[in-house]
Design a protein around this ligand. Structure first.
Ligand code: FE2
Length: 311
């Protein structure tokens, strides 16, 4: 395991020891794109996640923004439950979360962007035991990009062109976006989904299939890990693809269970109109299930501007 922070008794540590532990987590995320934290308890999940930034809501999330544990705050997602695949047993192909988010929401006298989350924080509540371990795979697109630029510059250029892909899920769409996008702060952000939510036109098909077969599915770029009960995985969703194997069920073990929160990207541009009128367009309400829960305390451990792929 390349990126691992291990500790016993997270809740008891204080002062400089706690600061060192937190710094190690942040350094691993920024350097390697992810961090696996072992030796923490189930009670450490939300305190650790909220230190990393603002939790971003999800249609399946409970009041706290947690998906996979209690009942969802809203039942709206159940109308199209088939569009939500995280709770199903079948294998999940490499993807970034929220690739279908590219919208805005009304905020005072203007609009704020609603984008894919910066970080995904996952905790294993129940593992499949030794009979039914579930492998998670991550694909580091920072390493992929280095090779793409040397061997397949034209493919990289097509995958960076707006319109090379569109993503749809339930009531959300990200139309005519790109797999790689510069964020204007020296980073590339990635959107990808090797499943049925991503669509592409004829002109980008060859480049996408080459990227998928030669890079995304190439084990050279993969790291695998298996989460045990209590383990937390923190993943830079602007740089890393994640996937998992099928969940097997044996009569002597229970199925593996995880819970998850999203951490939002830092506030992006604020948009206004010429008359300075408060926006009231009903289409903006569709993004309400994905808004960040803003905290009073603004000092996050991590500046999400540091995430993504260094150019
Ligand atoms: Fe995911």
């Amino acid at each position: 395991m390349k990126s691992l922070v291990e500790l016993r008794g997270f809740s008891e540590i204080k002062g400089t020891e706690a600061e060192e532990f937190e710094r190690a987590i942040v350094n691993n995320i920024v350097d390697n794109g992810y961090c696996l934290v072992r030796g923490v308890g189930t009670e450490d999940f939300l305190p650790m996640a909220t230190k990393l930034g603002d939790i971003q809501f999800h249609p399946k999330a409970d009041e706290r923004g947690v998906v996979g544990e209690g009942d969802s705050k809203s039942n709206r997602w159940k109308k199209n439950a088939n569009e939500y695949i995280g709770h199903k047993r079948e294998a999940i192909s490499p993807h970034t979360d929220g690739s279908f988010l590219n919208t805005m929401t009304s905020s005072g006298f203007g609009l704020k962007r609603v984008l894919p989350p910066a970080l995904i924080v996952i905790q294993c509540l129940q593992d499949g035991g030794s009979e039914a371990p579930v492998m998670n795979t991550i694909v580091d697109l920072s390493a992929v990009l280095k090779e793409l630029k040397v061997h397949d510059l034209n493919v990289f250029s097509i995958l960076s062109t707006p319109g090379c892909v569109s993503f749809f899920r339930d009531d959300q769409k990200a139309v005519d976006v790109s797999i790689f996008k510069k964020n204007g702060k020296g980073k590339l952000h990635v959107r990808y989904n090797a499943g049925r939510f991503m669509y592409y036109p004829k002109w980008s098909e060859k480049a996408i299939l080459h990227f998928h077969n030669q890079y995304v599915l190439n084990p050279r770029f993969h790291q695998e890990f298996c989460l045990k009960r209590g383990d937390i995985a923190i993943i830079d969703n602007l740089r890393i693809l994640h996937a998992r194997d099928e969940i097997q069920l044996f009569h002597s073990t229970s199925a593996r269970k995880i819970r998850r929160v999203w951490i939002s990207q830092k506030d992006a541009d604020f948009l206004r109109n010429i008359p300075s009128e408060r926006p009231t367009h009903s289409v903006l309400e569709d993004s309400d299930s994905y808004l960040p829960i803003e905290r009073n305390e603004k000092n996050s451990l991590l500046n999400t501007d540091n995430l993504g792929i260094k150019i």
